[in-house]
Design a protein around this ligand. Structure first.
Ligand code: FE
Ligand code: FE
Length: 317
C-alpha cells in the first residue's frame, strides 16, 4: 500500500489549528478511491487492527461525579451534532453538481455517521450503561440540542432541502458547523488527553476527518466563486444571516455548564494532571472556565476567518 498523505496519517496529520486553516485539498483529490485507500484502508484500519490505541478513561471519569457528567454532556452533544450533519449531507449528495462532489460528500456523509457512532460508543467506555445511553442522548437533545442544534439544522435545511442550494449548503456546513465544531473538538482533545486518553483519540480521529471536510468544502466554494464571481454577494449575505443566527444561539451557556463540570472535576483530581500543558506555557490545572471557553472561541473565529478569506469571502464577519 502507498504511504498515506499526511492528513490521513495518525503520525503526521496536522492539528486542527494549522490543518483546518491552511491545508489545500479538493474534491478531485479526495474522491472515492482516495477515501477507500487512505481513510478506510489505512487510517481506520489502524484503529481496528490495534496499531493505534489509547488507554481507557481513568476511574474518576467512569464513576458518578463531575468529570463523568462533563464527558457525558459533551459526548451526547457531539453524537447529536454528528448525526444531524450526516442527515443534512444527504442533500449535498443529492444536489452534487458533478461526480467529484458526489463522491466526496458521500464520503463525508459516512464520516459523520461514523463520528456519531464513535461518540455514542465512547459513552459506554465512560461507564454509561448500555440501556442508559439512549436516555442520556435524549436528555441532551431536549436541552442543549433543542436550543442550539435544532435552530442550526433548520437554517441548514432551509438552504439545502427547501431551496436546493448546493453551494449555500456547502458554505453553511463548512463555516458554521465544521468551523465551530473542529476548534471545540481540539479543545476537547487536549482537555481529556490524560483523564480519558480514549476520548482524546476519538476526538483526534474525528478531527482528522473534520480538517479534510473543512479544506475540501472551502475549496469547493473558492472554485465556484472563481468561476461565478457574480454569486459572491449572495453567498456573503447568506453567511451574514448564518452568523446573526449563531449570535442568538445560547452556545455560551451550553459550554459554560460543560466547562463548570469539568472545572469541578479538575479541582478534585488536580494531582493526576501534574504539569500537563493544555497549550504551550499553560498548565491545564491552572486554567479556568472562561479561559478555556475564550480559547475555543478565538480558535473558531480565526479558523472561520482564514477559511472565508481562502473562499474569497472575507468581509463576511
Ligand atoms: Fe464530524
Ligand atoms: Fe465533518
Amino acid at each position: 500500500m502507498s504511504t498515506p498523505p499526511p492528513e490521513a496519517d495518525w503520525d503526521n496529520a496536522p492539528g486542527v489549528l494549522e490543518g483546518a486553516r491552511e491545508l489545500h485539498l479538493t474534491p478531485q483529490t479526495c474522491n472515492l478511491p482516495y477515501w477507500l485507500e487512505h481513510v478506510a484502508g489505512s487510517m481506520l484500519r489502524r484503529l481496528s487492527d490495534g496499531t493505534v490505541t489509547a488507554a481507557a478513561p481513568i476511574e474518576a471519569v467512569r464513576r458518578p461525579g463531575p468529570l463523568h457528567d462533563a464527558l457525558v454532556d459533551e459526548f451526547t452533544f457531539r453524537t447529536l451534532a454528528e448525526e444531524k450533519a450526516a442527515r443534512a449531507l444527504s442533500f449535498l449528495v443529492f444536489h452534487a453538481p458533478d461526480n467529484d462532489c458526489l463522491e466526496f460528500f458521500s464520503t463525508q456523509l459516512v464520516d459523520e455517521a461514523r463520528h456519531a457512532r464513535a461518540f455514542r460508543e465512547h459513552l459506554l467506555a465512560a461507564g454509561v450503561p448500555a440501556e442508559e445511553v439512549v436516555l442520556a442522548i435524549a436528555r441532551t437533545a431536549a436541552a442543549s440540542g433543542a436550543v442550539v442544534l435544532d435552530p442550526l439544522e433548520e437554517f441548514g435545511l432551509h438552504v439545502l432541502r427547501d431551496k436546493g442550494d448546493f453551494y449555500g449548503g456547502v458554505l453553511v456546513l463548512t463555516i458554521l458547523v465544521e468551523g465551530v465544531l473542529a476548534p471545540a473538538a481540539e479543545l476537547s482533545e487536549r482537555k481529556w488527553r490524560l483523564l480519558d486518553p480514549s476520548a482524546a483519540l476519538v476526538e483526534r480521529g474525528a478531527n482528522m476527518d473534520e480538517i479534510r471536510h473543512l479544506a475540501v468544502g472551502s475549496a469547493v466554494i473558492r472554485q465556484y466563486l472563481i468561476e461565478h464571481p457574480e454569486q459572491r454577494g449572495r453567498l456573503l449575505a447568506l453567511m451574514q444571516e448564518g452568523r446573526r443566527l449563531w449570535e442568538k444561539l445560547p452556545m455560551a451557556e451550553v459550554l459554560y455548564r460543560r466547562e463548570s463540570l469539568f472545572q469541578e472535576g479538575l479541582a478534585e483530581h488536580a494531582e493526576l494532571l501534574g504539569d500537563y500543558e493544555i497549550w504551550p506555557g499553560r498548565r491545564l490545572v491552572d486554567t479556568g472556565i472562561e479561559e478555556r471557553m475564550a480559547a475555543a472561541e478565538q480558535w473558531s473565529r480565526e479558523t472561520q476567518e482564514a477559511r472565508l478569506a481562502y473562499m474569497l469571502l472575507d468581509g463576511a464577519s
